[in-house]
Design a protein around this ligand. Structure first.
Ligand code: MN
Ligand code: MN
Length: 468
């Protein structure tokens, strides 16, 4: 063969046989790139409006009601085409559209979570030390504690008062609001601290939120705590014991912003996992008279193991599916056996700044599209769902069929660490499930980064799954 001919032959064979990594910028049309930018603006509003699971539920309900969804209650008779949502204790949400085909063919659902790592208040949080008032905290989810110092923090949550009334609290989100703050040591005097590991440099008991320094009475010592309590009482009518029946947390008091001079990325608190919760919602509301019964689950408590009655291990999610099955006269075991699920959660994007824990052939990349994660877990895949070849093949066909740019990814090198998602709790109910979501830089940091194209591809991917 001539040299040129040989070269062409090799190129053709490569194209035919070898996998080609795709970059969204190389394959998306100008219209799609613009659509991703527009989609990102709405997503940013969702991020800024929902920094806790409770706030996300409120936002989701608003979006769903605007799109014709109404509250579901157990035992309700339902008809094809009807749209419902079930608000579970204001902390998690199930929304669905009854399909035109029989529910015995299964429910097609996406399950994302709306809780994010943060710093929760303890139940006796308020104290005063040397002229400064603080709130004691207990961190929630996996955080690098040192990242939560010296940044503006806002206080979010609810307090149920002695009389049973529950009030919402948000302090620090309005530009005119004060913020809370966790201090760190100045470098000049940090000789001892700097010798410690990153894990030990700031301890859990040092994550104390500064809330005040002005005494109630200038002539009476130790009245700063009292002054703070007085302010809270004036504004919210609460007393110190009310912290006992409260869920309050500190989150970064920062808004989502575009990252990069080209505005190709978004930085925000809580991309994990609102970056999959939002596309799950938008994919659902884009459905009109779907063939399958389609559903979006926004679960709570994923970051602490999907526990509690609002976490994915709660019976509520499959109780709803069972209730629908009963109403429609079908065995819920049959419905589950034929159901398909995307466990919509993030994966760690390859970071050129920190390449060492990643295995380059099997990690996911920013701007390479929505990422399918066949298995999670730690060590020898321990604690992983590990989706079947058949289901991987199914999802692959669905995504390809809809022109969705996708990649696969494993969470780091073998034995580098590990993690889990809600997938295994869904799989245990005899449902085919695979993880799918967005690659994230600096996952679990107070300010995380994702690519707009990847977010948009996740929306398109979940949409294609609902329409498959
Ligand atoms: Mn997650
Ligand atoms: Mn997480």
């Amino acid at each position: 063969m001539e040299t040129n001919e040989k070269k062409n032959d090799i190129e053709a064979l490569k194209k035919e046989l070898l996998s080609n990594a795709k970059n969204t910028f190389a394959v998306m049309s100008d219209e799609q790139l613009e659509a991703a930018q527009v989609y990102a603006e709405d997503y940013k509003k969702f991020l800024d409006g929902g920094k806790t699971e409770r706030e996300c539920v409120k936002e989701a309900v608003e979006l769903l009601e605007k799109n014709g969804f109404t509250p579901y209650s157990f035992g309700k008779s339902v008809k094809s085409g009807e749209k419902y949502y079930y608000n579970n204790r204001s902390k998690s949400l199930v929304a669905f559209i009854v399909g035109s085909e029989g529910i015995e063919n299964g429910v097609y659902f996406s399950a994302a979570h709306i809780d994010s790592p943060r710093v929760d208040l303890k139940q006796h949080p308020l104290y005063e030390d040397t002229g400064i008032a603080y709130l004691k905290t207990h961190y929630y989810g996996g955080i690098k504690k040192y990242q939560w110092t010296t940044i503006p923090l806002s206080l979010h949550g609810v307090v149920t008062k002695k009389n049973g009334e529950t009030i919402d609290i948000v302090i620090g989100e309005d530009d005119k609001d004060p913020v809370l703050y966790i201090s760190d040591l100045l470098p000049h005097l940090a000789g001892e601290q700097m010798k410690k590991t990153l894990a030990e440099g700031i301890t859990g008991e040092q994550l104390n939120l500064i809330v005040g320094s002005r005494p109630y009475d200038k002539d009476t010592p130790n009245t700063v705590k009292l002054a703070v309590m007085k302010l809270l009482n004036e504004k919210y009518g609460i007393i110190e014991d009310d912290f006992l029946s409260a869920e309050l947390c500190a989150v970064p008091a920062v808004r989502s912003r575009d990252v990069g001079l080209d505005r190709s990325m978004i930085a925000s608190y809580g991309h994990d996992d609102r970056v999959c919760a939002y596309p799950s919602l938008t994919a659902l509301v884009s459905q009109n008279a779907p063939k399958h019964t389609v559903m979006a689950i926004l679960a709570d408590k994923e970051e602490i193991g999907s526990e509690g009655n609002s976490g994915m291990q709660s019976a509520v999610y499959f109780d709803i599916i069972a209730d629908l099955a009963k109403t429609l006269g079908v065995s819920d075991a049959v419905v589950r056996a034929n159901s398909k699920c995307l466990s919509s959660d993030v994966n760690a994007a390859f970071d050129p700044n920190f390449p060492s824990p990643m295995e380059k052939n099997n990690c996911c990349y920013v701007n390479s599209g929505v990422v399918i994660t066949k298995f999670t877990g730690a060590r020898g895949k321990s604690g992983s769902n590990d989706a079947s070849a058949e289901f991987c093949g199914y999802v692959r066909q669905v995504l390809d069929g809809a022109g969705v740019v996708w990649q696969t990814g494993e969470l780091g090198k073998v034995d580098a660490g590990g993690g889990g998602t809600v997938a295994k709790f869904i799989a245990s109910k005899n449902v085919d499930v695979i993880d799918l979501g967005v690659p994230v830089l600096s996952m679990h940091a107070p300010y995380e980064v994702v690519s707009k194209n990847d977010v948009y591809m996740t929306h398109l991917g979940i949409k294609a799954f609902f329409e498959a």
